[in-house]
Design a protein around this ligand. Sequence first.
Ligand code: SAM
Length: 285
Amino acid sequence: MTETFDGVDTKQRIRDMWASVAPGWEAYADANDDRGAALTDRILDGTGVQAGHRVLELASGPGGTGLAAAERVGAGGEVVITDAVEEMSAIAGRRAAQLGLGNVRTGVADIESIDQPDASFDVVLCREGLMFAVDPTRGASEIARLLRLGGRAGVAVWGAREDNPWLGLLLDVVVAHLGMTLPPPGTPGPFSLSEPDQLEAALRGGGLAEVTVESVAVPYGPESLDHWWARTCACAGPIAGLIEALPGDAQTELRARATEAVAAFTTDGEVRFPGRALVAFGTRA
Ligand SMILES: C[S@@+](CC[C@H](N)C(=O)[O-])C[C@H]1O[C@@H](n2cnc3c(N)ncnc32)[C@H](O)[C@@H]1O
């Protein structure tokens, strides 16, 4: 069992939090994949996913990265899509079935302890997930263990909070409004690995070699501020439940504050947020 906070196992609390936003991730799965398309392409290209490969996706959410990999590995390959939360990997399973992908399996796996044999994958992928591990270095050591010699890992995490105002400013507003610390003490948050050195150290510390980290622009242009608010509230794991639990007038006030905070990114009703991610690669040597 991991450390407890308010008497609840940290890992269980994190899983419960993600399970609560799984319906939001299902509703916005395509939209989130569209926004993350540049990252997905970069991860698949940088890891060299190709026909016949066995690929593992970690912290998959609705599995957009693994589903894209399944197209590349073809009928002779296989993609195993996993998340710590069954409600999330089940979405990936439904999406694979809708796409008619027969080379996809789904399952439940915590990044830090994965029930798969050593050296059983050519490639391991993780888009926007490793920063939520309580111990990312341990997660990286699991990735290294699962890769065959020469196998490649591709990991994307959010860059600095100030480079991602679509989420960073919302967190700031919620913190100011509720007078609380976010994420709660002892809980990893979306910007936990936002320094390139931290990400590199986690991957190297886990035993991966030839580690590189690059910065990738991920701009986000929602249809409107209404869309941004609805989507972010539905998917932003650490805050979705907090906002939902507020009485209606407090939600309205919070939303007004958030709208004011992001006004600088709106011109003539068009919303254009900058965004930045870090993409890291490593090899099992
Ligand atoms: C921000 S979402 C990203 C989902 C997906 N990878 C994407 O890019 O659309 C983070 C995901 O990480 C999962 N997650 C959080 N902690 C995890 C852990 N320790 N092991 C595996 N998955 C985890 C959550 O359940 C959630 O689905």
